[in-house]
Design a protein around this ligand. Structure first.
Ligand code: KIV
Ligand code: ZN
Length: 503
């Protein structure tokens, strides 16, 4: 029987730390439900000490997710550990993940602690964590730049203190496959009790070696891979879940391991993440990129026609990308829409389905063929409707230099309208919104892209707006690109107002 590799997903923690990837509580929950469908073994939901919002986000996931272990991160400090344990309190299978750095560089310049002090702090942290939560993971931050004998020593101490999982991260993406394999072998051979715990590998992709290093660590004895959907994460990102999993899947001869991932949920997970965060997946990204299964050259196309094996090492269907996408139209009806939404993994309430149907008909009127990605975008934007303070009823812009925009908003029963001039239609419309609401923000980031190919594509807009010194993300979708941008701006402003008014 092949060894089982546990997949520890950290999209919602390390992934969410990457610039532009932040998600609010409800977005995180949507992603968590998708990770559950994907079949990860553990999902790291966040870092509860970071803020009250982060704490609530972890708690909500801990309360909702039943079939996957839920982890929360804590530094090796009592206040962090107690906060993480409190956030995990409703979880069926909680994991408290505590860490402290072990490299001399970090000890000297960051922690200003001796090796002995770090060992002591790690042991105390694990003991406290174990008294609060049944499963504890210990991470030796910057392990790959740490002394191997010292790593073995601290590993032995935390095992004695009750750690169940030992993670040896390549925090700065510095190691190489041969080196990390050696590091795991050394620690496992030299730490007493190593046979009683699971070793975990956590790699960053600064040199583009994260997946190779994770697989090499498995050869060295690791049995848990920490990774993120689409490889998002600090700086150059983390080990990409889909690449590590598919490498084990496709090359079982080289990596004879099993994992519990439902590979057909890989592409849907990547698409949902991209819709929630606005991060674009590079077209040539292995497994999940738009071109990952596209064959352009005539020679390749000819080969594919005679036998797909000529140029294809895995099928698009095996990772959840269908060759012929089902297309919905105006006549697909409510039942068709309901069925397809379920097939895509969404379990909508009757109320949500009703709103979705109205949006779907409006879209089908404009673009005739509604693709899966269009539908996913509509479903993601349902979430905005449900907590919107102000709704966009109408936006019109005319003229240039300057452009004049008219905007109509509603809040409950009341309607408000105003006009403003600006540098282009989006600027003018946002200024009109600000005049109505009496709040003004600074646009920090603005990205726009098409959901699906074609001239009538649904446009997606993603913005980051700074209100009162804090960044709020917003997104919007429409076949009209100006409307999409204005929706996104209003969405960010609604989040700010909801927080300010304590809604
Ligand atoms: O990269 C890292 O070292 C981490 C730890 C907190 C596990 O993310
Ligand atoms: Zn990390």
């Amino acid at each position: 029987m092949p060894d089982r590799i546990e997949i520890f997903d950290t999209t919602l923690r390390d992934g969410e730390q990457s610039p532009g990837a932040s998600m609010d509580e409800r977005e995180k929950l949507q992603m968590a439900l998708q990770l559950e469908r994907l079949g990860v073994d553990i999902m790291e939901a966040g870092f509860p000490i970071a803020s009250n919002q982060e704490f609530e986000g972890v708690r909500k996931i801990a309360r909702t997710i039943k079939n996957v272990r839920v982890a929360a991160l804590a530094r090796a400090l009592p206040k962090d550990i107690e906060r993480a344990a409190a956030a995990l309190e409703p979880a069926v299978s909680p994991v408290l993940h505590t860490f402290i750095a072990t490299s001399d560089i970090h000890l000297e310049h960051k922690l200003r602690m001796s090796r002995a002090q770090v060992i002591d702090a790690a042991a105390k942290a694990v003991r406290l964590a174990k008294s609060l939560v049944s499963r504890v993971e210990f991470s030796a931050e910057d392990a790959t730049r740490s002394n191997w004998d010292y790593l073995a020593e601290i590993t032995q101490v935390v095992i004695e203190a009750g750690a169940d999982v030992i993670n040896l991260p390549d925090t700065v993406g510095y190691t190489t496959p041969t080196e990390i394999e050696g590091m795991f072998k050394h620690v496992i051979a030299n730490a007493a009790g190593a046979d009683k715990v699971v070793f975990s590998t956590h790699n960053h992709n600064d040199l583009g070696l994260a997946v190779a290093n994770a697989l090499a660590a498995v050869r060295g004895g690791a049995r848990q891979i920490e990774c993120t959907v689409s490889g998002i994460g600090e700086r150059a990102g983390n080990t990409s879940l889909e690449e590590a999993v598919m490498a084990m899947h496709v090359r079982r001869d080289v990596y004879p391991y099993e994992c519990g991932i439902n590979t057909t949920e890989i592409v849907p997970s990547s698409v949902l993440l991209s819709k929630l965060t606005g991060l674009t997946v590079p077209f040539n990204k292995p497994v999940v990129g738009r071109n990952a299964f596209a064959h352009e050259s005539g020679i390749h196309q000819h080969g594919m026609i005679s036998n797909a094996l000529t140029y294809e090492i895995m099928t698009p269907e095996s990772v959840g990308r269908s060759r012929s996408e089902l297309v919905l139209g105006k006549h697909s009806g409510r039942a068709g829409l309901d069925k397809r939404s379920r097939e895509l993994g969404y379990d909508l309430t009757d109320e949500e389905l009703k709103t979705l149907y109205t949006k779907f008909i409006a879209l089908a009127d404009k673009k005739k063929e509604v693709y899966d990605d269009d539908l996913r975008m509509l479903i993601v934007s349902l979430h905005h409707e449900s907590f919107a303070v102000y709704h966009l009823e109408q936006v019109r812009a005319s003229g240039d230099d300057p452009t004049m925009a008219f905007v109509k908003l509603s809040r409950g029963e009341n309607e408000y309208m105003d006009t403003a001039t600006g540098d282009g239609p989006v600027d003018a419309a946002c200024k009109a919104i600000e005049r109505i609401v009496g709040v003004s923000g600074r646009l920090e980031q603005f990205n726009i892209r098409a959901t699906t190919p074609g001239k009538d594509a649904l446009g997606e807009a993603y913005v980051t707006v700074n209100f009162d010194g804090k960044d709020y993300k917003g997104n919007g979708a429409s076949t009209d690109i100006i409307e999409a941008a204005v929706h996104a701006y209003l969405n960010a402003m609604n989040k700010y107002i909801a927080l300010k008014e304590g809604m």
